[in-house]
Design a protein around this ligand. Sequence first.
Ligand code: AMP
Length: 224
Amino acid sequence: MSAGVRLVILGKQGAGKGTQCVQLSRHYVVPHISTGDMFRAAMKSGTQMGLLARTFVDDGQLVPDEVVIGIIAERLSDKDARGRGFILDGFPRTVHQAQALSELLLPGRLDIVIDLAVDTALVLERLASRRVCSSCGHNYSVQKPPKFNWNCDHCGGEVVQRPDDKSEAIQTRLDLYESQTSPLIEHYCNEGLLETMDGAKPMDEVFTDIVNAIDARQAARSRS
Ligand code: AMP
């Protein structure tokens, strides 16, 4: 089995983070921790945290830092994440969240941060056509729908457009990415952790590029 990894993946909405994370999680045998998925699950089951999250998520606004940092602190204390590591998708999204993450990981630290770079025009195209299973979260698109009647191929759930993939919410989310999340690129570059990948390449090539970058860092660390 390959070594684990402690990885953060950055990239605009629609850059392909979710798709890459599913494959990377299998490859490195570490949990894929998506704060967006955690909020959608809480909203669906109607928990108190879900009700609170809904007031932000559907409009494309950020959930307050204290709430997000709290759920991540809890998840990272689970045995699987403390053992082989994790892939964080959608967290951190602000410099304050990144600082909180560094503190949570002490005395350890992240191994690598991948920035999946994609032009805004391409992500707008991808987001407008993205569809998702309302039950299991599997991703589809208008070009690649499920086989039967917008019912998920995996679980039969209804495949729909996410409320926050509609045009006004998309614009809010991309603006927030620019103002709140893109400063993390400089932040992690200064920490020597950042690797930038071309997210416009075909999915399999992006996956290979990411694995090569992770493995090169791990090999360099084991030599030092
Ligand atoms: P995502 O699936 O990553 O695009 O996340 C969907 C929504 O969940 C975001 O638009 C935010 O409303 C909320 N969310 C997810 N992660 C965070 C985070 N780290 N900080 C604040 N809000 C978040």
